[in-house]
Design a protein around this ligand. Structure first.
Ligand SMILES: Nc1ncnc2c1ncn2[C@@H]1O[C@H](COP(=O)(O)OP(=O)(O)OP(=O)(O)O)[C@@H](O)[C@H]1O
Length: 352
């Protein structure tokens, strides 16, 4: 598999308050859907006995402000349904959705429109651009609907086009642009409204691999630059590991695990996740905190220092070239030590 590039470890800000809280969310398609909520039957049994499909089953999670939160799972696992439920593009069958203190489930039509236009913008796989409008007008479209005066909305559109690297293409039409560029326009359009949360529904899966990687890097860069909260759907594990601060893994509508990339790879919740991550080179994802150990009696403690969030791959040279154990230190406190033995065990272990 493609190896995610995690040269810069990104310690998660666990202090950040949640911006989005989802509790006990269900979406059941089919007749008398409400009756299926709470059922312990498997998806297949439910389908057979009730004719209903439980696309999302009792899913709860919180997204922290400024986080890139990835929802990952195989086709049919319920990712799109889950994310569409967040803005009620699909009406949930049961559960709570709270955005920054506001209950989305009880929002009226006016509030919902405002929510979709201003607060949670979606970037779709198939761009959804207006073919007869130029790039500038496409990006300004959301602001136009919102009643923003022309001068102001064009100014904002130019600003976000600059952010996504499309300055100079304002007057082009969508069919004059490559897929990657069209998706940049989609991204700019979502950013133009300055939403609190950006939702991405498999935005890059129609792009060829090189462009896809370029767009992933673009998302990382934009995230550093604008610091937006992002909920990103993908079925691609390497994309999830590359982009996610945390990853929610779904199977058959259910949440299987939520964790940071190193948690998902280092401590898979079950066999399903373990199989998923079995091809990931552990040294590229696990951090020193996974391999450090307490110092032994008499072991020298004046070796070089590294932080616990440094990815093993990036620590290899420092650890192997040190003639003393590397001290793993946070805020001046010694957490443990790492020597060549621990590093080589991960590398020699290959996939395991
Ligand atoms: N409108 C609908 N009516 C009935 N069943 C539906 C409907 N929409 C989705 N489903 C079913 O719900 C389940 C979850 O679908 P969903 O599209 O959310 O999965 P996904 O993980 O996003 O898959 P993909 O990556 O293929 O889009 C699937 O079994 C799908 O067939």
């Amino acid at each position: 598999m493609t190896v995610p590039s995690l040269t810069e470890s990104r310690p998660l800000n666990t202090e950040a308050p949640p911006i989005l809280d989802v509790r006990g969310l269900w979406k059941v398609f089919g007749p008398k859907a409400g009756r299926v909520v709470g059922s312990a039957l498997s998806r297949a049994e439910l389908k057979e006995q009730t004719g209903c499909v439980a696309a999302v089953r009792d899913v709860s999670f919180s997204v922290r402000r400024g986080e890139v939160f990835v929802v990952m799972g195989l086709s049919g696992s319920g990712k799109s349904t889950l994310v569409r439920c967040l803005t009620r593009l699909i009406e949930p069958t049961a559960g709570e959705i709270v955005l920054d203190g506001e209950d989305i489930r009880t929002a009226d039509a006016r509030k919902l429109r405002e929510l979709r236009r201003h607060r949670m913008a979606m970037v779709f796989q198939h761009f959804g651009l207006l073919p007869h409008r130029c790039v500038l007008e496409n990006v300004a479209f959301g602001l136009e609907i919102r009643g923003t005066p022309k001068k102001e909305r064009y100014e904002r559109a130019r600003e976000v086009l600059g952010l996504v690297g499309l300055t100079g293409f304002e007057n082009s039409y969508p069919d004059q642009l490559s897929g990657g560029m069209q998706q940049r326009v989609g991204l700019a359009r979502a950013l133009a409204a300055d939403p609190e949360v950006l939702l991405f529904d498999e935005p890059f899966s129609a792009l060829d691999p090189l462009i896809r990687r370029e767009m992933q890097n673009e998302v990382i860069r934009l995230h550093h630059e604008v610091g937006k909260t992002m909920v990103f759907i993908t079925h691609d594990l390497s994309e999830a590991l590359k982009l996610g601060d945390r990853i929610l893994i779904m199977r058959d509508g259910e949440l299987v695990q939520v964790g940071t990339p190193d948690e998902v790879v280092g401590a898979p919740a079950d066999e399903y996740v373990a199989n998923f991550v079995s091809d990931v080179p552990r040294s590229h994802v696990l951090t020193l905190s996974w391999v450090m150990r307490p110092p032994l009696d008499g072991e020298p403690l004046d070796g070089p220092e590294l932080g616990p969030d440094v990815v093993i791959r990036d620590a290899v040279h420092a650890v192997l070239s040190a003639d003393r154990p590397v001290r793993v230190v946070r805020d001046g406190g010694l957490l443990g030590v790492v020597t060549s033995a621990e590093i080589l065990e991960v590398i020699a272990g290959g996939q395991h």
